[in-house]
Design a protein around this ligand. Structure first.
Ligand code: NAP
Ligand code: MG
Length: 482
């Protein structure tokens, strides 16, 4: 049985929300309430920011060497792995994802702390050769107190993705998880103390975005914001940050193309393409949600894709099928809205996955749906559904493929499938995207690989060493030694 208490984690203690309000948390697989969490306000955020401020400015955390910070992160990774089964159970219950997937997410979460634990004391500065008689050093400093707002799709992984580099770089942190998936973050708060983090380094405040989230991004004690979620809220965050002259990273999703040329190895491409969409029920910012297929191969490729897609099965976490339910009733309605509209426009449904017998009636299940051929200007071809919906669009030649790949407002991830090496290079170079995969997609959790988009996909980079740079600022010190 998973228990959550409606408390925030501030300055190493569990504290009641100032106004005492609570909100229920639900299990997507059944629709049932399984606990309650604090429905916090600006007053709780203020307490958390004060705690982080103190930890950074005057506390033990701010005085730790990079090596000692690194060790703490590495120890946290070990604690997480030791509790992997319990954490996976919480994550699966809270998000509805298959238990095996939830467990892989916990392993990835640990890997974030392991990777950035190893990186903490390898973030070196540089010496710049300057004019005679001067010595110039450039060092990297943490921002100070960083704010983090999480989405609900990968709550555990996102916790690691945003907090691990921020902590490795020496920032003190305040995190607001998504109200629709915050149970794992609360358990991790507890485990961070077990790992030995000094109080105030990690503070977790649950609550609604428009209240607690907005209070966090606009708090004058916050020096940098890290946000993952929708483009609409990303814009709000950026404006709130601008009001007090701080910067932010925004990771906002995509409509990522799988560009398949006629000479591609379809047998290896198709399972990867299906999984890249279907994992997490399509609720993945980097989901490969558009298949662009060279027109000359359409009739050969599409029946094979239809066959693979039609085998996708949806169920509750314990069934460990290809994917689980949608996170909330509201998101389910949003996804169904896209499907209904595309159908009403006469766009053909090529295949649908099945919802397993025994999936509870109250769960937020949607049958995965493959549409094609899809008109280029249609909503379903251009907008992020954030659900198990895949669209197929034909293209004429290489130039047309690049034009079509770049024809959305997003630019997060892309894949090129072809055996032609020169074409791999040309297309990868010309596709507008933060990551491009050639004859593969996603390539594991990819913690080492810089990740992020442009346009409506947001800006700034996460993962890899790039994230350590985002969570630091340079200081240039010039010595006149005569
Ligand atoms: P969202 O509203 O952008 O939520 C993301 C986070 O922002 C949550 O923690 C949310 O809090 C918080 N938030 C909401 N309004 C806020 C505000 N005014 N100020 C500060 N923080 C605020 O996303 P959503 O509504 O859950 O999902 C909608 C769409 O966003 C999806 O369909 C998908 O397209 C996109 N999305 C993208 C990603 C991604 O990985 N890029 C992840 C999730 C969603 P609460 O939820 O607690 O209220
Ligand atoms: Mg939930």
């Amino acid at each position: 049985m998973i228990t959550t208490q409606p408390l925030n984690f501030i300055d190493g203690e569990w504290v009641q929300p100032v106004e005492g309000a609570v909100m229920p948390i639900r299990e997507p697989a059944t629709g049932d309430i399984f606990g309650e969490v604090a429905d916090s306000t600006a007053a709780d955020i203020d307490l958390a920011v004060q705690a982080a401020r103190h930890a950074f400015d005057n506390g033990e955390w701010g005085r730790l060497t990079a090596t000692r910070r690194g060790r703490l992160l590495s120890r946290f990774a070990e604690v997480i792995l030791a509790k992997a089964d319990e954490l996976a159970e919480i994550e699966a219950k809270d998000t509805g994802k298959p238990q095996g997937v939830a467990r892989a997410d916990i392993v990835a979460l640990a890997r974030y702390f392991e990777f950035y634990g190893g990186g903490a004391d390898k973030l070196h500065g540089e010496i710049i050769p300057y004019v005679e008689g001067y010595h110039v050093g450039v060092t990297r400093e943490p921002h100070g107190v960083t704010g983090h707002i999480l989405p609900w799709n990968y709550p555990a992984q996102m916790f690691g993705r945003t907090l691990a580099p921020a902590l490795a770089a020496g920032n003190a942190t305040v995190l607001k998880p998504a109200e629709d998936a915050c149970a794992t973050s609360l358990r991790l708060a507890e485990l961070s103390m077990e790992a030995g983090f000094p109080k105030g380094a990690i503070n977790i405040v649950t609550g609604q975005g428009a209240v607690a989230g907005a209070a966090l991004a606009s708090h004058p004690g916050i020096d940098f914001m890290s946000f993952t979620g929708s483009p609409e809220v990303g814009q709000i965050i950026q404006k709130l940050c601008a009001d007090h002259f701080i910067n932010c990273t925004l990771e906002l999703g995509g409509k990522s193309p799988q560009i398949v040329f006629a000479d591609a190895d379809f047998n290896s491409a198709i399972p990867v393409i299906v999984k890249a969409l279907i994992q997490n029920s399509g609720q993945t910012c980097s989901a490969g949600s558009r298949v662009l297929i060279e027109r000359s191969a359409y009739d050969d490729f599409v029946p094979r894709l239809v066959e693979a897609f039609g085998k996708v099965r949806v169920g509750v976490p314990e069934m460990n099928l290809d994917c689980g339910p949608i996170i909330t009733a509201k998101q389910k309605r949003r996804v169904e809205g896209f499907i209904d509209k595309a159908r009403a426009q006469g766009i053909p449904v090529l295949a649908q996955g099945t919802i397993a017998d025994g999936a509870p009636a109250g769960g937020f299940f949607v049958a995965p749906t493959l549409f094609g051929p899809v008109p280029r200007e249609s909503e379903i071809a251009r907008e992020e559904v954030f659900g198990p919906v895949l669209v197929v669009l034909p293209f004429d030649d290489e130039a047309d493929a690049i034009k079509l790949a770049n024809a959305t407002d997003y630019a997060l991830v892309a894949a090129v499938w072809t055996r032609d090496g020169a074409r791999q290079m040309r297309v990868a170079n010309r596709v507008r995207s933060g990551q491009v995969f050639v004859n593969c997609y996603g390539a594991g959790a990819g913690i080492e690989l810089p990740f992020g988009g442009s346009g409506k996909s947001g800006h700034g980079r996460e993962k890899g060493f790039a994230a350590l740079h985002e969570f630091t600022k340079t200081k240039t010190t010039v010595f006149n030694h005569g």
